[in-house]
Design a protein around this ligand. Structure first.
Ligand code: WTA
Length: 648
């Protein structure tokens, strides 16, 4: 029933809407009529050393090429810091809350400038040059933001790695990216667990061995615990960096120079790094965040994403800072050490815009309304979500209970590859439909394609594609442009294919139906099932495995793994052991929810595993298994159902 709710913008009469609906419509028309003119106008949102005169150049066909603002020159750290020093030097740019510390750290734009400059000098002193890659693997502490911006200032390409990756996963990414330096921490706390960042990094660098080009490791000491340091390679971050000069002349970059690379999961086993440009990305971050979250004086934006994800890049760092806002980070968990922890932080720091993943909304919902009602939450003006589908029920709970029906909820759809919001409503301007990511921002031409890859008009369901380039689009996959073309541009010729399915309703609103490839989304974290299967294949006791996504009440999806064990091995595998194997190889976030040791898997006559069936069996959806006659051995299905049921 809640699928049909429509909330009119008049419900938020006091909301500081960005523009009247007619202006939005005019903007849509202008973007359609003259895309280059439109984007060149949007490019004025950021500071250029040389303003661009050209918009888009390139093609979505053949050997895809994408370039924006090619004659423009800029530096991303200037867009985020120096641009604001004349009128906002003393405004807080970054609030960094750390669990267990009495006072949050607050950095004004002037202080952020100073810290970024010192680190820029330090990195250059260590031999980091323009175009070099620097791996950043840090918890949510101010140094993470400083590190990204310092890389940008010297023209180095940052590669932020998630602290939840295993040593194996970090090693693989450090080698693939060719990072020359690493910025990490001694350790961090996650709830009641200690995450030993430095020990994991040491193990990763040891695994990477001679394949790693890392010459220096800067270590932020986050506690008094002793940290082993390798002389000549490891430096105590503050001891080393704080003595450098507090000024650094930014390196002027071409618009197309890469700003960062970010690893994400796809349908093949190897994680891929998508590459984002400086000019297009900065314009895009400023535009998307400016349109949906436009900062007002006094606003505090808290996007709870980890900096290692695209949401952390755009909604924590580049978007809010490009727009001169105040951004907040925290290493806390929504309900630890007690339910309502995040809500207390909202009250304490007077957060006005809260942006999180649907998983966190579901977790807060499970804690109950009383927890929310015991807090004031009167500073909030806007609530947002991204990263995974949110059900109309969870949306309405967020809106009614957390937002007290006063704050619009923006459900924004985007991807690591799109770098910023693609689908999302303008709060106070457009009607909201709980469960729908609304409509495209001006300048984005969305297409729904049918099973033959043909664009369809009007209300329709199919694969979600984008017909024309946008400035923040990923330019390539690092060292594998062929894979870039194949993954994103071969499905619907001349279009970018998102990997998602979607339905467009009669009002032009989009409803995401989920991934169409073998990527699953666990608590907003993308994981390729092939990555899991590749990790398991490395163990000689495993003949074959199949990983599938199953629904999970809080995480959205969880991982289920079916494993065929080799006969007569000396030490047999247990289901727990397999679970540990996966988390050890990929990271804690990939720990399977269920592991089934099975004698065989359902296959077609040609031997292909029928994943569709495994998904249904693992989810307990056994009423509608479909036609089994094409299977090589249909009896296997009953055996698998019995196996799964005995666990449920
Ligand atoms: C999914 C996260 C439904 C989608 C920003 C996409 C969503 C993938 C939404 C990208 C949403 C993202 N509703 N699904 N509002 N936003 N997704 O690269 O499947 O970590 O392809 O970027 O998350 O995940 P990524």
């Amino acid at each position: 029933m809640s699928e049909n709710v429509i909330i009119s913008p008049t419900q938020y009469a006091d909301y500081p809407a960005l523009m009247p609906p007619e202006e939005l419509a005019a903007m849509q028309r202008q973007a359609q009529r003259d895309p280059d003119g439109f984007w060149l106008q949007q490019a004025k949102r950021v500071h250029w050393h040389r303003k661009p005169r050209h918009g888009f150049k390139g093609s979505f066909s053949g050997d895809v090429s994408i370039s924006w603002f090619e004659d423009g020159l800029l530096n991303a750290s200037v867009c985020c810091i120096d641009k604001h020093l004349t009128d906002k030097a003393d405004q807080v740019a970054l609030i960094s809350h750390r669990e267990g510390q009495a006072e949050a750290e607050k950095l004004t734009y002037a202080m952020l400038h100073e810290r970024v400059c010192r680190l820029s000098n330090a990195l250059v002193h260590l031999g980091v040059e323009e175009g070099h890659r620097v791996a950043i693997c840090l918890p949510m502490i101010s140094e993470a933001v400083v590190a990204m911006l310092a890389c940008a200032r010297i023209g180095a390409v940052h590669v932020v790695l998630f602290g939840g990756f295993s040593a194996e996963g970090i090693a693989e990414r450090i080698v693939d990216s060719g990072a020359v330096a690493v910025i990490t921490a001694s350790e961090s706390t996650r709830g009641n667990k200690i995450v030993p960042f430095k020990a994991i990094m040491d193990e990763a660098l040891c695994k990477a061995g001679a394949d790693s080009g890392v010459r220096a490791v800067l270590v932020v000491r986050t506690s008094d615990a002793p940290v082993p340091m390798l002389p000549g390679r490891d430096y105590d971050f503050h001891d080393f960096v704080d003595s450098f000069e507090a000024d650094f002349v930014p390196v002027v970059m071409r618009a197309e120079a890469p700003l960062f690379m970010l690893y994400t999961s796809g349908s093949t086993g190897k994680p891929k790094a998508v590459v984002h440009s400086t000019g297009g990305y900065m314009v895009w971050a400023a535009y998307t965040m400016g349109m949906v979250y436009h900062h007002q004086p006094g606003d505090v934006m808290w996007c709870t994403a980890d900096v290692a994800w695209i949401t952390g890049h755009t909604s924590v760092v580049y978007g809010p800072l490009a727009n001169g806002g105040t951004t907040m980070i925290s290493d806390s968990l929504p309900s630890y050490p007690y339910p309502g922890r995040w809500l207390d932080l909202v009250d304490e720091h007077k957060v006005t815009m809260l942006f999180t993943a649907p998983t966190a909304v579901r977790a807060m919902m499970a804690d109950g309304d009383d927890v929310v009602n015991a807090r004031k939450l009167d500073s909030l003006r806007l609530l947002g979500v991204a990263g995974e589908p949110i059900s109309p029920d969870a949306w309405l709970w967020y809106h009614d209970v957390v937002g007290k029906k006063r704050c619009p909820v923006v459900d924004t759809w985007w991807q690591t590859e799109t770098a910023g919001i693609v689908l999302g409503p303008l709060p106070g301007v457009q009607a909201l439909k709980p469960g729908s990511a609304s409509t495209p921002l001006p300048g984005l031409e969305m297409v729904i394609a049918d099973t033959q890859g043909r664009p369809v008009q009007g209300p329709a369901e199919g694969s979600l594609c984008i017909a024309r380039s946008w400035p923040g689009q990923a330019r390539t996959i690092w060292k594998d442009h062929a894979r870039f073309c194949q993954t994103y541009f071969s499905m619907v010729p001349g279009h970018y294919f998102t990997g998602d399915g979607a339905r467009r309703d009669a009002d032009g609103y989009y409803w995401i139906t989920g991934r169409m490839d073998d990527v699953i989304n666990i608590a907003g974290h993308r994981l390729g099932t092939a990555e899991v299967e590749d990790a398991l294949a490395a163990d000689h006791r495993i003949v074959e495995s199949a990983a599938v996504g199953i629904p999970h009440p809080v995480k959205g999806q969880a991982l289920a793994v079916f494993v065929i064990q080799r006969q007569n091995v000396a030490t047999e595998l247990t289901e727990k052991g397999i679970s540990r194997l996966v988390s050890g190889m990929l990271g804690r976030y990939a720990t399977p929810e269920a592991v089934y040791l099975v004698p065989d898997l359902p296959r077609t006559r040609s031997g292909k595993i029928v994943r569709r069936l495994l998904r249904k069996i693992a989810s307990g959806e056994v009423e509608n298994l479909g036609d089994l006659s094409s299977l090589n051995d249909p009896t296997i299905v009953q055996m698998l159902c019995d196996r799964v049921w005995s666990h449920m």
